[in-house]
Design a protein around this ligand. Structure first.
Ligand code: GDP
Ligand code: MG
Length: 166
């Protein structure tokens, strides 16, 4: 039960927060500013019988210039080497162009994708279905996990699933 898992999503959806919680030590740069994380930062989750290497994948958005182009290419090539992808979205925002751009990239990738709806601590449980609905035609998701990376809700369940399926 081991493998590489990439986390993708728009800036500020909570990728770094998730990584920090899962690996139990601060390894990713946390910031309220978009696109602060310039590098792929890997966090390792280890138990006696499993090991998951998480890859923080910022920079998947429509490139505006040559640097953006380069960052996007490098982010996408990293994705080709992973065993699974966590596509993280913000429960407090509607599906937008940034999400759609990432979805288009993930469609070209032949990897299992999990939809991770983060920040559920900020919405009412009744609204979770409406968010899932917004993404149901986007991709064939392997599974859907509403979580709070900040407070920890459902994070262990997601990790346990990954450990079992890798
Ligand atoms: P990234 O750009 O995707 O890496 O996002 P960050 O992890 O840097 O998080 C962006 C902001 O969202 C920070 O202020 C986090 O504290 C906040 N955040 C992350 N996860 C959660 C969550 O589950 N609930 C709430 N309420 N805020 C969160
Ligand atoms: Mg980050």
């Amino acid at each position: 039960h081991s493998g590489f898992v990439a986390i993708v999503g728009r800036p500020n959806v909570g990728k770094s927060t998730f990584l920090n919680r899962v690996v139990g030590q601060k390894i990713a740069i946390m910031s309220d500013k978009p696109q602060t994380t310039r590098n792929k930062i890997q966090g390792v989750y280890t138990t006696k019988e499993s090991q998951i290497v998480f890859i923080d994948t910022p920079g998947i958005h429509k490139p505006k210039d040559k640097l953006g182009d380069f960052m996007m290419e490098s982010a996408l090539s990293a994705l080709k080497e992973v065993d699974a992808v966590l596509f993280m979205v913000n429960a407090t925002q509607r599906r937008g162009a940034g999400d759609n751009f990432i979805i288009d990239q993930l469609k070209k990738l032949d990897r299992p994708v999990y939809l991770v709806i983060n920040k559920i601590d900020e919405i009412s449980p009744d609204d979770i279905m409406a968010i899932i609905d917004q993404y149901k035609d986007a991709l064939q998701f392997k599974d859907v996990y509403p979580i709070s990376a900040l407070q920890g809700n459902n994070v262990n369940e997601l990790i346990n699933t990954l450990v079992q399926e890798l």
